[in-house]
Ligand binder design. Structure first.
Ligand code: BEZ
Length: 223
């Protein structure tokens, strides 16, 4: 089982941009690998089109994105035309990120992306909608696992990246429904006598019935 903080398993695969070695392809970037049950399916088409639209936001954050679907590269290339059309791109535009071929589901099986309760027309379990975030050290930082019938929210994935990148640099954690710029929480591991040094902008302790001063808010650090 893949655990957060593990080195993300490397794999080589055919993609719509040729053969890749995943770790080599990532280089010094963050990476997002997101999986799909199969090509020419409605929810997947909307998801891949959404990623085209959000791509500048991922690039801004030094994140490379790669899709995976359990069909061949030849099928992916045909499907890309539909995805571009749905995203409002012109036919001439290159598809802006690779899609991994996984027609025998080897990678999906290896990475635990299978949804045993959702079957295809042949009765075979479908690949779930997994999202794996990998950092520039190739560490596995986050996973989301949705069933095939529930499309993902890619704005949430950008928000997650913002939180991971911020909390790697500053001694804060991000609260419920946080978005970049909102107040953050001082990490519980920061002792009270270290607060002033680490947070010159100030910290507000929120009074709680327990009397324990653990909910310490600070403005979003600039990193
Ligand atoms: C879809 O992408 O629309 C889809 C794929 C498999 C099962 C259900 C929906």
């Amino acid at each position: 089982m893949l655990l957060l903080g593990d080195i993300f398993p490397n794999f080589s695969a055919n993609t719509t941009e040729g053969k890749i070695d995943f770790h080599e392809w990532l280089g010094d970037s963050w990476g997002i690998l997101f999986s799909h049950p199969s090509d020419f399916t409605p929810v997947c088409t909307t998801e891949l089109a959404k990623v085209i639209k959000l791509l500048p936001e991922f690039v801004k954050r030094n994140v490379k994105v790669v899709g995976l679907s359990c069909d061949s590269v030849a099928s992916h290339i045909e499907w890309c035309k539909d995805i571009k059309s749905y995203a409002g791109c012109s036919v001439q535009e290159l598809f802006p990120y690779p899609i991994v071929e996984d027609k025998d589901r080897n990678i999906a099986n290896k990475l635990g992306m299978i949804d045993k309760d959702e079957l295809d027309t042949a009765g075979i379990p479908l690949t779930a909608r997994a999202v794996y975030v990998v950092d520039p050290n190739k560490k596995f930082r986050l996973s989301l696992l949705y069933p095939a019938t529930t499309g993902r929210n890619f704005d949430e994935i950008l928000r997650i990246i913002d939180s991971l990148q911020l909390t790697d640099k500053a001694k804060v954690a991000t609260p419920a429904n946080w978005k970049m710029g909102d107040d953050c929480m001082v990490l519980p591991t920061v002792q009270d006598d270290e607060v002033a040094k680490n947070f010159p902008q100030g910290v507000t302790v929120v009074p709680l019935p327990s009397g324990k001063n653990y909910l310490r808010k600070t403005t979003c650090p600039k990193v």
